[in-house]
Write a protein that binds this ligand. Sequence first.
Ligand code: FES
Ligand SMILES: [Fe+2]
Length: 460
Amino acid sequence: MPQVSTPVDFPGGYRAAPSKRARLDAERYTSPEFMAREWDTIWTKAWLFVGLMEDLEEPGDYFIYDLGRESIIITRTDEDRISAFFNVCQHRGNRIFTNEWGSVNDIACPYHGWTYGLDGRLKKVPDEDRFAGGVPCAERSLKPVRLDTWAGLIWITMNDDAPPLDEFLGLIIPQLAPYRFEKMRLVKHQTVHLDANWKTLKDNFLEQYHVDFIHPQHASFVDCCNSKNDLWPFGHTRTSVEGFVTNPRYGIPSEVPDLMKMGLQAIGLDPDAFKGRVPAIREAASKQKRKIGEELGFSYSEFNDDQVTDVYQYDFFPNLFMTIKAEELWIYGPRPHPSDPNKCFFDKWTLQIPAEVAVDKDRGLALGADPGLLRYENDDRPEHDVFTQDDVIAGKHTMTITIDQDIYYLRDMQAGMHSRGFSHALLNEDEARVQHFHDWVDVWMEDDPFRRQVQSQAAE
Ligand code: FES
Ligand SMILES: [Fe+2]
């Protein structure tokens, strides 16, 4: 059975299927005018993931989220509250924080010393009596940005009229509840500067048509031919890919492929026991994970069987992907460049369940794909590695073999968009998520993405 893509509406009357299909012409990837309209209609209107609550443990901890020409301070105001403010002083507009993160008692502008509380309130103005008429402190407090949190993840929107975050995420929230992201720990944080439009990168991660060609290794541990895709309102989508299986396009091997052997050994299964029985592995792996999970202290009881073995990739419109396994979460996606449509920044946060519940060194057991990365309770936060596309191509930095393989092609894709010999893309059924994403780009740019379906008065 080939891939199946199904539109699914969200509660609250939000429809999944847009009214018209977008044409993916080259201009949408290359034009500064198109980019400027995206800023006004998408980036300043949607909810955006900005970072992790685990980076804001104490009051005064902050980090900066840069997006296009904006810079936003995300800080823990007190024990119970996280706030966001535009990173701009209300005296004469200086950018206040230039460090990516830190910990402060107050938010102080270095230029003339205006000082704001962690709640953004202006509380100290040097030589205040020299301002004729005084300083209206309430008006001159830091400008807040709407913020919400879900499962240890922090989101902001610059749009006061956007629906609440839980409406924007709709069905996604209950689907992902068993994963308990808030209990996972950051093990890697990376950003690569790419020579590609942000949507060129998006398109790459929205289809698996390219997998056989640039990720040949995948054939030995996942089935990317028969994925199931959900197409959701606002442009969000999901794909589910079976794990602990081989790609049926190449027939069923009698031997267990090497990459799958490693996965089996990690959870204490003998690969030789599956010689000639490769299709039995998925169910056996699921049972074994549940068994050793209980022993190690990581319970799979909230997960259904598919969630124990399979890989889900969610795309949150506009720019965030999550690749989700029971033990590991990748959060990744592009941020637009401030001015150049041919560039973007690609961030990736890798989270895993804590080492304490993932490994038993004595017995050689490890839940999760990459036990080498696991972080113990007292380990420091990983550095934020920032590097270039050329660093990845030269093998100096890696974002995993799979993503490196993707990155290799992005510059060539972007270059091709500028050719007189290319006008627009032709997509197949297995690229339905690419089409859905662009259909919704057009809704955001030309229409009201938050329009609700009018309930029919006539009873069915
Ligand atoms: S611009 Fe910040 S104190 Fe003057
Ligand atoms: Fe890929």
